[in-house]
Design a protein around this ligand. Structure first.
Ligand code: 7TS
Length: 413
């Protein structure tokens, strides 16, 4: 099929060649990969770096005097520095390697919560959080006798900021909020939300899983106290992720998991702990995935990332307009500030049926509650169908998606 002319000057066809997964057929049709909010695809640079590491450098870190261990350690720490630069943290030591966003939130909830959250305190979350930014906080709230409060949202899927501001008080000990919602695509006004929390002396933990692959993130500019994200949504392998925390907080918090590498001395009477970041990296870390994350950052630095993000945003606007013109499509999440995600329902068709029929057309979307059941409860739907974009998607992907949705509607008419 002839390539459809893209809207921006960004050379998407060239970029697509970097991602081998994309050039295959599924069910006899060219793959249209529109499930990037679940996991993005991996470019050759990351695949080759992973293979090179496993072929020539694989070893354990921070423990051997031998060549391979030192090499693995150097590469692992180099990946940490790449992360630091990419999110503009002040120090690499503030970037803890974790296995994904979920582990990062659990780290903050446990290590911060056990130290700073007490009976009667309050934790503020929002209506649009992913379960991984709800459940760890509920668990620690239960353990510490604290209360969860929830920032409500409007019908468009935007947080009601006045209500948030009224919620903050001297009992508030944490605000934990997504930068971008995985089920609605809403970009939250984080910078001002953080500024407001800080007026009350309250730290903010940002779930950045859907933001880092889609918009520029600068943790110092945001003044985020914690910022967590997953590698597998930003073109790296699964098993990688980062929990950024300001040094002043990380130093005050106790370790959340115990084991090797996170200690200074151990006797049966008493253990003393290593400084950050090792204090929070018990056991053998995810070395290969973290080096893969570093390679993904190298890849992002090697392309015109601003043009890539602009292309993705144009595509979002194009898809939103085109989908909203299809009779029977209801868009879920229509915030003014949105990124990468289009959730929708069709009258009389269960989202799982939409997903199954689209799969026959080679289109990968996600159907379900997207680990955001409170969002489904808000809109009073059991599930939505969700197309989520990355910068390697094309106008043609969107056209095929829309044509196939029309076919679904016709089948169920
Ligand atoms: N936070 C947000 C906003 C997410 O979108 C996800 C994963 C997570 C946290 C958890 O990340 P993990 O890597 O630790 O699992 N979101 C999705 C999704 O939307 N579809 O599949 C996974």
């Amino acid at each position: 099929m002839k390539a459809v002319k893209e809207m921006s000057s960004f050379d998407v066809e060239k970029i697509r060649k970097d991602f081998p997964v994309l050039s295959q057929t599924v069910n006899g049709k060219p793959l249209r990969y529109l499930d990037n909010a679940a996991s993005s695809q991996v470019p050759n640079l990351v695949i080759e770096r992973g293979a090179e590491y496993l072929k020539k450098e694989h070893s354990n870190v921070h423990r051997g005097v031998h060549y391979l261990s030192q090499k693995a350690t150097t590469e692992y720490e180099a990946a940490r520095e790449k992360v630091r630069k990419f999110i503009n943290a002040k120090e690499a030591k503030e970037c803890i390697f974790v296995r994904g966003c979920t582990e990062g939130v659990n780290l903050v909830a446990n290590a911060y919560g056990r130290k700073f959250i007490n009976e009667g305190d309050e934790i503020i979350l929002s209506q649009m959080e992913h379960h991984s930014n709800i459940v760890p906080w509920q668990m620690i709230a239960e353990e510490r006798g604290a209360k969860i409060r929830v920032i409500p949202m409007n019908e468009a899927g935007e947080l009601i900021i006045d209500e948030y501001e009224n919620m903050l008080n001297e009992r508030t000990k944490m605000v934990a909020v997504a930068h971008i919602s995985n089920s609605l695509g809403t970009i939250n006004p984080l910078k001002s939300m953080i500024e407001t929390a800080h007026k009350f002396g309250v730290p903010v933990c940002v779930d950045g899983a859907q933001a880092v692959p889609h918009i520029r993130v600068d943790v110092q500019d945001l003044d985020a106290d914690f910022y967590v994200f997953s590698g597998h949504k930003m073109f790296a392998p699964t098993g990688s992720g980062v929990c950024y925390g300001k040094r002043e907080w990380l130093e005050k918090m106790d370790s959340y998991q115990g084991g090797g590498s996170m200690i200074y001395t151990v006797t049966f009477e008493k253990t003393t702990y290593a400084p950050i970041p090792e204090k929070f990296e018990a056991g053998t870390p995810a070395i290969a995935p973290s080096i893969g994350l570093g390679a993904a950052i190298d890849y992002l630095n090697s392309i015109d990332l601003d043009a890539a993000f602009a292309h993705e945003h144009e595509l979002l606007e194009y898809a939103t307009e085109k989908l909203s013109k299809i009779e029977g499509v209801k868009l879920i999440g229509t915030a003014k500030e949105k990124a990468s995600v289009i959730s929708f329902t069709l009258e009389n068709v269960h989202p799982h049926d939409i997903g199954t029929i689209l799969d026959q057309e080679g289109i990968a979307i996600r159907a379900g509650h997207h680990c955001a059941q409170p969002v489904m409860q808000f809109y009073d739907v059991p599930a939505t169908a969700r197309a989520s974009l990355a910068f390697y998607n094309t106008k043609e992907d969107v056209d095929v998606l829309c044509d196939s949705i029309q076919k679904v509607i016709d089948v169920f008419a």
